[in-house]
Design a protein around this ligand. Structure first.
Ligand code: ZN
Ligand code: MN
Length: 480
């Protein structure tokens, strides 16, 4: 039998608020253990939560970025479970009434539906010391605001999962909702995965792989899990509903616990927090405060600017990079600006390790440089050379072109004579070229460029050279 995977995701994203969700402790990553805790987030008896409005705003932004419906009414529940990183022994989350529902994200290959987005608090962090066998608890992360994005089981391959995670990360970053560092844990991906017989309507029993912290781990864990489950099923053994952990070292998943069902959590309404009421005008205000989303930019880059989908994606992958692009681009220079940025500028950024926010020239300088190339005042190679100089020491493109003699000379009249001279000086090579040795064209180009000097337009040389060689070739044919 042919088995095919079905997958759904739960993605936890830490919200970029200044303080935690129910207290005024700072919301920051790292730092000394237990240095940012108070009676509320440490779960002391009698301490009462107060909702941070910014967390609600960012959750709404996330919902809008992922095309969800924003619910006018949502409310908090308690999810009860006992674990050392959860001092209250319950997590405040949204169960019955989530803040966002019914989203949709269009990937290149597939449309993925989002079931819901809800707001909840993060738990602390357990630090296991292998040597002593002791475990330390850091409560700094307790009470950090999270959203949990839950998709429908719409994924059929690891590739689709990775595409979705990348797209969601990008949108959350643009929207200022989350910095989406998988490695730091500010975005954490859980994959629910089951196998079913191809074309069957009935889904198989699933396993949930928790907390995958890199795109590579996501891919490897899914591949491993597909193999593990299909081996079981092909042997007639059942898959058990489990929560599993993926190990980077072994490349395998192992059982963390047999999966709880929702009833084990004894959800009930949180009595200490009022419901969240958002009306349409609140949503409108938040919508208007949001920057343009990458999927909207993508459409503009490919349709209006005529960039390839790959180039558009590369530019959009970094917000500061796309901001620079948009500040330099006009209706007429888009391709040249994109080429210079994705080629020479990227090379310089990578080699120097400098961020695009700190470079020595402005978007206007880049636009001026692109104009020189477009108007054929400098060659494309010269434009790249100028960009590297601007990157290293600043300066205006015109000044650099002047100083380095990179302006194309208007020496077309002179070029005819030089070409004739080069060909008559190299009659053996000309014969060989006409005999079929095409490579010699480069040699002639080099000779002419050398004799004509810096600033000679290679396109003009190529044209005159081709014309002359063709004439010689034709007269040879006539004579023979
Ligand atoms: Zn606190
Ligand atoms: Mn959760």
């Amino acid at each position: 039998m042919t088995l095919v995977p079905t997958m759904g995701l739960e993605i936890h994203a830490e919200l970029l608020t200044k303080s935690k969700i129910f207290c005024s402790c700072r919301n920051e990553f790292g730092g000394e253990k237990n240095s940012r805790i108070c009676p509320v987030c440490a779960g002391l008896p009698g301490a009462l939560p107060v909702l941070n409005k910014d967390a609600v705003t960012l959750a709404v932004c996330a919902g809008l970025a992922l095309d969800c419906r924003i619910n006018n009414y949502s409310a908090f529940d308690r999810k009860n479970y006992f674990y050392p990183d959860l001092p209250k022994a319950y997590q405040i989350t949204q169960f019955e009434y989530p803040i966002c529902e019914d989203g949709v994200v269009q990937l290149a290959s597939k449309q993925i539906r989002i079931n819901r987005i809800h707001i909840e608090e993060d738990a602390g962090k357990l630090i296991h010391d292998g040597e002593s066998g002791l475990t330390e608890i850091d409560f700094n992360r307790c009470g950090v605001p999270l959203i949990e994005i839950v998709t429908e089981p719409d994924f059929e391959s690891a590739e689709q999962v990775v595409d979705f995670v990348n797209e969601v990360s990008l949108r959350l970053k643009y929207a200022g909702v989350c910095d989406a560092h998988l490695e730091k844990g500010s975005l954490r991906v859980d994959v629910n995965i089951s196998l079913k017989v191809e074309d069957s309507k009935e889904l198989g029993v699933r396993a949930e792989i928790k907390n995958l912290n890199s795109v590579r781990s996501i891919r490897r864990a899914i591949e491993y899990e597909i193999e593990r489950q299909s081996a079981l099923l092909q042997n007639g053994e059942p898959v058990i509903q489990q929560t599993r952990r993926f190990s980077e070292q072994s490349g395998k998943t192992t059982v963390l616990r047999n999966k709880e069902s929702t009833s084990d959590y004894r959800y009930f309404p949180e009595p200490n927090l009022p419901p969240i009421i958002i009306d349409e005008s609140d949503i409108e205000i938040i919508k208007n405060s949001m920057p343009e989303m990458p999927q909207v930019k993508f459409a503009r880059y490919t349709e209006k600017y005529g960039l390839s989908e790959d180039d558009a994606r590369l530019i959009l992958a970094d917000k500061a990079f796309s901001d620079f692009f948009e500040a330099a681009v006009t209706d007429t220079n888009c391709k040249t600006v994109a080429n210079l940025m994705l080629g020479e500028l990227n090379r310089n950024l990578n080699e120097s390790g400098i961020g695009i926010g700190n470079i020595a020239f402005s978007p206007a300088d880049l636009a001026a440089l692109a104009a020189l190339a477009i108007e054929s005042k400098v060659s494309l190679n010269a434009a790249k050379e100028i960009l590297s100089t601007m990157f290293k020491s600043g300066g205006k493109p015109c000044e650099i072109a002047e100083r380095e003699s990179l302006f194309l000379k208007d020496n077309t009249a002179e070029l005819g004579e030089i070409v004739t001279k080069v060909l008559s000086d190299n009659t053996e090579n000309v014969k060989s070229y006409i005999g079929g040795n095409q490579k010699l064209f480069g040699f002639f180009m080099g000779e002419v460029m050398h004799r004509a000097g810096r600033g000679t337009n290679p396109a003009a040389v190529r044209e005159i050279l081709s014309e002359n060689l063709e004439k010689i070739s034709l007269s040879c044919e006539k004579n023979s």
